[in-house]
Design a protein around this ligand. Sequence first.
Ligand code: DP6
Length: 359
Amino acid sequence: MAAEKWVLMVTAQTPTNIAVIKYWGKRDETLILPVNDSISVTLDPDHLCTTTTVAVSPSFDQDRMWLNGKEISLGGGRYQNCLKEIRSRACDVEDKEKGIKIEKKDWQKLHLHIASFNNFPTAAGLASSAAGFACLVFSLAKLMNLKENQSQLSAIARQGSGSACRSLFGGFVKWIMGKEGNGSDSLAVQLVDEEHWNDLVIIIAVVSSRQKETSSTTGMRESVETSLLLQHRAKEVVPKRIVQMEEAIQNHDFSSFAQLTCADSNQFHAVCLDTSPPIFYMNDTSHRIISYVERWNRSVGSPQVAYTFDAGPNAVLIARNRKIATELLQRLLFFFPPNSETDLNSYVLGDKSILRDAG
Ligand code: DP6
């Protein structure tokens, strides 16, 4: 290592992802191992993404992190688990221009500064932790010259937040639950890339950007402990849906895709209601949006739009093509105008997209 002071930095940008077959429930809380496989679509980073800069310097005397400009503690398990996993795989790094040479063993002593920004509300059911941990792991892996592939990195991101493992890829992504007790086979794989089904357009109706009352982590713990429906869902329902969803995606079969996406979202929220005490993530506006989309789809005779809701009231609407998306947006703005008596804020347009490395 050079004696003089220097800073080495990497910046990366990672989009969030939206599950169309949901992850809900862990079989191991520390390693974050799920009770079922899940499938998601990765969004366009222009709208919902995290940008993270990671820096290393001999002048840093401790690991520190800032989220949206505010310093946060790295003390708790999840950040530390990710940092530990990455440091243990770090390799030699050399920057000849700057005259910097970091040897593998140096990474154990060097400290990191991490600055992360979300361009969307944190913890409002818009999967901020997914983009956040994926971006953290991806940028640190670049900085420390890890040799692991994206799937292997996804198994590290998973230990930050389960859904984060799916944000390491663009397009449609499957998180395989795995069988091993140590979690080595619980990782994400890309099913198809972002070009495969590029007719789809995603619109997010931000019903509320307030912080959710029950975090996903707490909610799914309570569901695992109390919901019989969750057991049935994980064992009997999801395995069949995963096969059908993969087929629908491969064949661009929007009818099956929409039917499975809506049914899985509704079952996830039914599990939340089946939890004791029950968890309510959706509100009246969410329910009205569901009824509206259902009526529209029925009136046309085949699905034009799919809806899905995560751990919050915001609606993620997937239109079968651009023409339908334009019509959907017009209808939504008419029936659900932002800042009306519903607490609807705004609409965000997304596309499927790729992981971008800005470093
Ligand atoms: C409803 O990944 O946020 O969005 O693993 O505890 O961090 P932790 O939970 P998280 O849960 C996401 C749940 C979901 C469904 C999904 O994204 O599959």
